[in-house]
Design a protein around this ligand. Structure first.
Ligand SMILES: Cc1cc2nc3c(=O)[nH]c(=O)nc-3n(C[C@H](O)[C@H](O)[C@H](O)COP(=O)(O)O)c2cc1C
Length: 153
């Protein structure tokens, strides 16, 4: 195992933009590897590659927000997933709100979860950030965007 394309085809996943805010800046990256992991307390997990700039920033800030995208937001998924915040300000011209932690909450998302990091676990070339959910949208808008076989569906 396993060529990346084959691995990506095994489990269809929702697509989200995980955002964070440090003292100096905001950033976000597109993710497909995320899940709820506990009801009490409410915990979620996002899996972030160590090479990504967001890994560094979330380690520093200890906070993140998960913005689950709708089918209409493929462009946002491509935008946050195709360049690194190391080289560019991906939030230039993007409107956002903030809730409890100050991490950006994007407009018109399917749902959001605003979290503080409670633990991290190394998993191969990724790190799992476990976040306690401090605030979340009660209602879900539209149809969620999925990722399967290296493409958006
Ligand atoms: C559909 C899709 C899903 C992705 N899923 C993940 C993921 O789960 N974890 C991750 O670390 N990167 C994932 N990526 C890659 C990052 O979004 C990409 O490397 C991004 O440019 C990193 O930005 P940063 O350096 O500003 O953090 C995904 C990209 C796309 C397009």
């Amino acid at each position: 195992m396993a060529e990346g394309r084959i691995f990506d085809a095994t489990i269809p996943s929702p697509v989200a933009v995980v955002t964070t805010k440090t003292k100096d800046r905001v950033n976000g990256l597109t993710v497909a590897w995320l899940s709820q992991v506990s009801y009490n307390p409410p915990l979620i997990m996002v899996s972030i590659a160590k090479k990504n700039f967001s890994y560094q920033l979330i380690n520093e800030s200890g906070i993140f927000a998960v913005n689950v995208l709708t089918k209409e937001q493929v462009g946002i998924g491509k935008h946050f997933g195709s360049s690194s915040g190391r080289n560019t300000d991906k939030f230039k011209g993007i409107f956002y709100d903030t809730k409890k932690t100050g991490s950006p909450i994007l407009k018109d998302v399917y749902s959001y979860l605003d979290c503080k990091v409670v633990s991290t676990h190394v998993a191969g070339d990724h790190v799992l950030f476990i976040g306690e959910v401090l605030d979340a949208s009660a209602a879900s808008n539209g149809i969620p965007l999925l990722f399967k076989s290296s493409d958006f569906i």
